[in-house]
Write a protein that binds this ligand. Structure first.
Ligand code: IPD
Ligand code: CA
Ligand code: CA
Length: 287
């Protein structure tokens, strides 16, 4: 997929949000190229402020500025929720863009090669379209609910068919508050790692959800996410045939923090395992 011009996507141009989707694809690729250049050129090319954390902040903000500059001018009536300060605004159209300009901050800071750009759009509270750029592998995952999901322009995404937890490969993540908050996913992890073929923790919720949509993972859960961590990934999973709920088992709503996502056949076993582990540990069933 070219990153210089608007990309032609293999879905009907009559799709109502086709222009928004092609714009999101182009922006994710451009922001990805920006992050990849910083990653490859090493820390000496990053402007330093007070400490190593500030380096990441500058990359976050540069990526966010690039993305939001275009969204603001092309879609002036849409709302925006973006991770970095000063990015968000109310809109009047019912459409909201939810942007994580760099998902996998800790990886990026350590030059661990796994991080993403995530751009989702939800309309009237429902997931509509999403794009996730796997920056290092230079793969663009994109999709829209009811239209399907792809990586690049030729490979359609389809979730796996695994329906037994013991046959599954899963992913999760742990909150930044884990040292001070006992509800930190350790109980769920300890329970599920013993009942599955593996639980990965690669440090980017967006990439885990993209890999779930691709069929490389069978399920994913995490309990302290922000909307921008999952807004695009949820679209990809749904558009690829999967299922997403909160820990309460209900369809996920923006602003919720607890997410269970799966290929569909594995949803009940995974949700039950998360619920059982939380009950045994004495945590509330859901937020
Ligand atoms: C984080 C990543 C990580 C997840 C955290 C998120 P960030 O986002 O998605 O995988 O475990 O909950 O906050 O801070 O790298 O944008
Ligand atoms: Ca994030
Ligand atoms: Ca981020």
């Amino acid at each position: 997929m070219s990153s210089s011009n608007q990309t032609e996507l293999p879905i009907p141009p009559a799709y109502r949000y086709y222009d928004a989707l092609t714009t999101a694809v182009t922006l994710a690729q451009q922001a990805g190229a920006l992050l990849l250049a910083i990653h490859r050129n090493g820390p000496e090319r990053i402007k330093r402020k007070s400490n190593s954390f500030d380096l990441v902040t500058e990359a976050d903000v540069a990526s966010q500025d690039l993305i939001l500059g275009v969204i603001r001018s092309r879609f002036p009536e849409d709302g925006i929720q973006a991770e970095e300060e000063g990015g968000s605004r109310q809109g009047s159209s019912g459409a909201v863009w939810i942007v994580d300009p760099l998902d996998g901050t800790t990886n990026f800071a350590h030059r661990y090669p796994s991080f993403a750009v995530s751009i989702g759009m939800w309309v009237d509270g429902r997931p509509e379209l999403g794009v996730i750029q796997d920056v290092v592998r230079q793969r663009t995952y994109w999709g829209a609910v009811g239209q399907g999901a792809w990586v690049g322009t030729s490979q359609a995404l389809r979730v796996s068919q695994v329906d037994d937890l013991h046959e599954s490969l899963l992913a999760t993540g742990f909150p930044y508050s884990r040292a001070v908050n006992p509800d930190n996913n350790m109980a769920e992890y300890a329970h599920i790692i013993l009942r599955s073929q593996g639980v990965r923790r690669a440090g980017s919720a967006a990439l885990e959800l993209a890999l779930l949509a691709e069929g490389c993972l069978d399920g994913y859960w995490e309990g302290h996410l922000s909307s921008w961590d999952y807004a695009a990934g949820v679209v990809l999973v749904l558009a690829a045939g999967g299922t997403v709920t909160g820990y309460d088992g209900q369809p996920l709503r923006l602003g919720k923090h607890q997410v269970v996502a799966s290929n569909g056949p594995l949803h009940a076993p995974l949700w039950e395992a998360v619920s059982t582990a939380r009950a045994q540990a004495g945590f509330a069933a859901s937020e």
